[in-house]
Design a protein around this ligand. Structure first.
Ligand SMILES: [Zn+2]
Length: 352
């Protein structure tokens, strides 16, 4: 962690964050936008909207909805809420990319068992994924791109396969949102990166939706957009009901590649993923600023993470990979027009 960096006096965002500016009190643009967005939200009204959505989908088939389930606090709580508070019969869905932290898959199975919900895990071939990661790494200097596209595709694919028309996600914008500039990986950009090494057919099952028409039959929403998402309370419930052991500041079950992908992200972006994730938690009031800075100092020593070149070698990249990819990024490849993406997302949200 670079100590000389200027940071927001409320959250911890550094001056290298995209389009940041500070007011006369040193508070950043993101904090000001956060207040504007959340201070006057009518949560009671939103919660009754949520109840109406769930009523509409309950009892339509074997499963009422699909819940993407990573074993982290947000998705676990979403599953618990839907099952126990709203009386839904959700199908829990998990993608195992073969790089999950020790114990994550077992925790996921045990949780689903305790909650009494069916669990469907999709594990794409690890060899195939490594080829995709390797190509992405060579072309763009990072490899996370592959999962960013794979996971939502697999979620929609799973809902489609099971005839489920509602996906209830646990993505919490308040605490998880990346800067918008880094959230625009889409299938057009992904294809532009991949097409020199893969055929469309090879990638289509894992990375592309079957058709717009089929996708627009499925409604997608995130529970934290409708419910006051209080991490402290969530943590208490998960401890009591499911024996959740992680600390509130332990964000999730990490992929084993996370330290390496964080390092590569920081190399490209000039700030780290942990910086914005912990900044989000501080801004939302779930962590003290000082505590977040301490965690950053401990976890962001800078420099190459341990085992970096072993991991690179495992996915098929040589030691020269950092020199070969100096200055590269996904931004070299064009993406779908932003407006078209926004409209597509909006249509899925607007489905009754
Ligand atoms: Zn701030």
């Amino acid at each position: 962690m670079n100590k000389g960096v200027r940071r927001c006096t409320r959250c911890i965002l550094p001056e290298s964050y995209p389009d940041i500016n500070f007011d006369s009190n040193g508070v950043c643009r993101v904090c000001r936008e956060f207040d504007h967005r959340y201070l006057n939200v009518d949560w009671n009204d939103l919660e009754s909207k949520l109840a109406r959505i769930l009523d509409r989908y309950r009892g339509r088939g074997k499963y009422d909805c699909l819940v993407p389930f990573s074993g982290g606090k947000d998705s676990t709580y979403s599953l618990w809420l839907l099952k126990n508070k709203y009386g839904m019969n959700p199908l829990a869905f998990n993608v195992d990319n073969g790089f999950a932290e020790d114990g994550a898959q077992q925790f996921i199975r045990e949780c689903a068992g305790k909650l009494g919900v069916d669990l469907y895990t999709y594990s794409p071939s690890k060899e195939f994924l490594k080829r995709v990661y390797s190509h992405a790494m060579h072309r763009t200097g990072e490899f996370c791109t592959a999962c960013v596209v794979l996971i939502p595709t697999a979620i929609f694919r799973a809902a489609d396969i099971h005839g489920i028309r509602l996906i209830a996600g646990g993505f919490c914008e308040k605490t998880e949102a990346p800067p918008s500039r880094y959230a625009d990986m889409d299938r057009v950009r992904f294809w532009n990166i991949m097409k020199s090494a893969f055929s469309r057919k090879e990638l289509s099952w894992d990375f592309f939706f079957p058709s717009w028409k089929r996708m627009f039959r499925i409604k997608y929403f995130n529970l934290p957009d409708y419910i006051r998402w209080d991490l402290r309370e969530i943590h208490v419930v998960l401890k009591r009901e499911l024996g959740f052991e992680k600390k509130l500041s332990d964000i999730r079950f990490d992929c084993l590649a996370t330290p390496h992908s964080n390092f590569l992200f920081r190399r490209i972006a000039g700030f780290s993923k942990l910086e914005y994730l912990y900044a989000n938690m501080v801004r939302a009031g779930f962590l003290c600023r000082g505590e977040a800075l301490d965690i950053l100092e401990e976890r962001e020593a800078g420099g190459l993470p341990e085992g970096f070149f072993d991991f690179m070698s495992e996915i098929g990249c040589k030691r020269s990979i950092l020199c070969e990819t100096e200055g590269r990024s996904t931004f070299e490849y064009s993406a779908r027009l932003k407006l078209i993406r926004k409209i597509a997302i909006r249509i899925r949200e607007m489905l009754p």
